[in-house]
Design a protein around this ligand. Structure first.
Ligand code: T4K
Length: 417
C-alpha cells in the first residue's frame, strides 16, 4: 500500500481539489461584462428578470432576490411577526445562519434532533418542542433531501405556526410532486459560492402570499416605497419615502448576471452531480468502514445532490474524523464538514444553555460526517482522485482486526455528454 501523503508519501494528485469549486460558464462572464458596460450595476432589470425566472422554476407565486439566504430567512421571520419572547423551532444539524436569524429578531431558537437516515429534523420529536410561545418552524432540507413537509405542514397548521423552509441546499429539490419553493409561505435559497446555483453571494426568498411579498419587497431595500430602478426610469425622477425601517438586503444586477445563466444550466449540472453521486455510491458500497448517504429519489421526490456526505464508522477506523479529513487534505482532496450541530457552538451553549448530550443523533453525525467534493466543475480524473484518496486513507486507518473490503481500483467516471 502507498504511504499516505500526511506520513511523507506522494499525494494522490499534484494540485489541490478545492471543495465546492463553482462552475462558471462563458455565458455568465459575458453577462457580467454586459452589465458592467451598461452603467446599471445595482438592483435593476436583470435582478427582476432573475426573480421572474426563479419563480417560474420553483413554481412559486413570488420570488424576492436578496444578498444571502441569511437575509431571506431574516425577512421571512419579520413577515411572520416573530419577535422578542417568541420561540422558533429548528434543527440543530444546520449552518449557524439558520439559528442566528432567530436571535436577530429577538426570539429564542429551540432545537430538535434529526432523523439518522435523512439527517432532517425528526418530525416525531417536533411536537414535543412546541410551547405557547412557539411562532414558527424552520425545517432545513439537509444536503438537498426534502424534509417531511406533509407532517410539518400538518403540525404547523394545527398549532397556528408559520413554516419557513431553509432550502439553502435545495434549489432543485422536489417533494412528493411539489417543487420546493412552492410549498410553504416562505422558502429561503442560498446562492453562495459553493451552492449548486451561485451568484457569488446571494439568495432568494420565495413567497406564496401577495401581502407578504409587497411588504418584504420594500423591507429588503431600506423600507422605501420605490427602488432606484423605478425612481430613475424614463419619465423622470420620482420622490420616495421610508414606510418602515428596512434593511439593505437587495441583490445587484451584477449578481443576477451570474444567476440568470446558472439557473438556465441548473438541471444540466444536476445530471453531472447525479453521475458523480452514483459513482461514489458504487465505489464506497463495499467499504465497510464508511456508510454512504441513505436517501434515494422516488418517482415524485428528488434530491438536489448538494452535499455528498460519508459517515465514518468509528468502530472500524483507528483515527478520528478530523485525522481522516486532514489525511485527505494532504492527498490534495478538499472536504467539508456539515455540520457541527449548532447547539454545540459556544454562543448557543452560553446563551441558550445547550450542551453535548442534548441531541445525540445530530452529535453522532457531526462527529463522523465528511463531505466529499461534488461539483459540476469536476471532471473524470477529479472524481477518480477523490475515490482513490478515500480508499487509500480508509485502508491505512482501518482498525485492528477489520478487513479492507473496498477494491483499490477507482471506478471510472464518465462526464455527461
Ligand atoms: N442555511 C443553510 C443550511 C446553509 O448551509 C447556509 C449556508 C445558509 C442557511 C446561509 O446561506 P447564505 O446566507 O450564506 O447564503 C459556508 C458558507 O458561508 C455558507 O454559505 C454555507 N451555508 C456553509 C455551508 O458554508 P464555510 O465557511 O464553511 O465555507 P467556506 O467559505 O470556507 O467555503 C467552502 C469551500 O468553498 C472552500 O473549500 C473554498 C471554496 N470556495 C469558496 C469561495 C468563497 C470556492 O471555491 N470559491 C469561492 O469563491 O461557510
Amino acid at each position: 500500500m502507498h504511504t499516505l501523503a500526511i506520513e511523507g508519501g506522494r499525494p494522490v494528485r499534484p494540485d489541490f481539489l478545492v471543495f465546492g469549486r463553482p462552475l462558471i460558464g462563458e455565458d455568465e462572464i459575458d453577462e457580467v461584462v454586459d452589465t458592467l458596460r451598461s452603467g446599471w450595476i445595482g438592483f435593476g432589470p436583470k435582478a427582476i428578470r432573475f426573480e421572474e425566472d426563479f419563480a417560474a422554476y420553483t413554481q412559486a407565486p413570488y420570488a424576492l432576490s436578496v444578498n444571502s439566504a441569511t437575509a431571506a430567512l431574516h425577512l421571512a421571520l419579520i413577515a411572520a411577526n416573530v419577535g422578542p419572547g417568541d420561540e422558533v423551532i429548528t434543527t440543530t444539524l444546520t449552518f449557524c445562519a439558520t439559528a442566528n436569524v432567530i436571535t436577530h429578531v429577538g426570539a429564542r431558537p429551540v432545537f430538535v434532533d434529526v432523523d439518522e437516515r435523512t439527517q432532517n429534523i425528526d418530525v416525531s420529536q417536533l411536537e414535543h418542542a412546541i410551547t405557547p410561545r412557539t411562532k414558527a418552524i424552520i425545517p432545513v432540507h439537509m444536503c438537498g433531501w426534502p424534509c417531511d413537509m406533509d407532517a410539518i405542514g400538518e403540525i404547523a397548521a394545527r398549532h397556528g405556526l408559520t413554516v419557513i423552509e431553509d432550502a439553502a441546499h435545495a434549489a432543485e429539490t422536489w417533494y412528493r410532486g411539489k417543487k420546493v419553493g412552492s410549498i410553504s409561505p416562505f422558502t429561503a435559497f442560498s446562492f453562495y459560492a459553493t451552492k449548486n446555483l451561485t451568484t457569488s453571494e446571494g439568495g432568494m426568498l420565495t413567497i406564496t402570499r401577495e401581502a407578504a411579498h409587497a411588504r418584504l419587497k420594500s423591507m429588503r431595500l431600506h423600507g422605501l416605497d420605490k427602488d432606484a430602478w423605478k425612481r430613475y426610469s424614463p419619465g423622470g425622477f420620482l420622490p420616495y419615502e421610508t414606510t418602515e425601517p428596512g434593511y439593505k438586503y437587495n441583490m445587484t444586477d451584477l449578481q443576477a448576471s451570474l444567476g440568470l445563466h446558472q439557473l438556465a444550466r441548473l438541471e444540466r449540472n444536476l445530471i453531472t452531480r447525479q453521475q458523480i453521486w452514483a459513482c461514489y455510491d458504487t465505489a464506497f458500497a463495499n467499504l465497510d468502514c464508511v456508510n454512504t448517504p441513505a436517501v434515494h429519489d422516488t418517482a415524485d421526490t428528488r434530491h438536489a445532490r448538494h452535499l455528498y456526505t460519508l459517515r465514518l464508522r468509528p468502530e472500524a477506523l483507528a483515527c478520528s474524523r478530523n485525522e481522516f479529513v486532514q489525511a485527505l487534505g494532504a492527498e490534495n482532496i478538499g472536504t467539508g464538514i456539515h455540520f457541527i450541530p449548532v447547539h454545540l457552538h459556544r454562543w448557543y451553549r452560553e446563551h441558550v444553555g445547550t450542551k453535548r448530550g442534548d441531541f445525540p443523533v445530530a452529535e453522532a453525525i457531526g462527529d463522523t460526517t465528511v463531505s466529499l467534493p461534488l461539483s459540476a466543475s469536476m471532471d473524470e480524473s477529479d472524481v477518480n482522485d477523490v475515490i482513490t484518496a478515500v480508499k487509500k486513507v480508509a485502508k491505512r486507518y482501518l482498525a485492528a482486526g477489520t478487513v479492507f473490503t473496498g477494491a483499490e481500483e477507482p471506478q471510472t467516471y464518465k462526464e455527461a455528454a
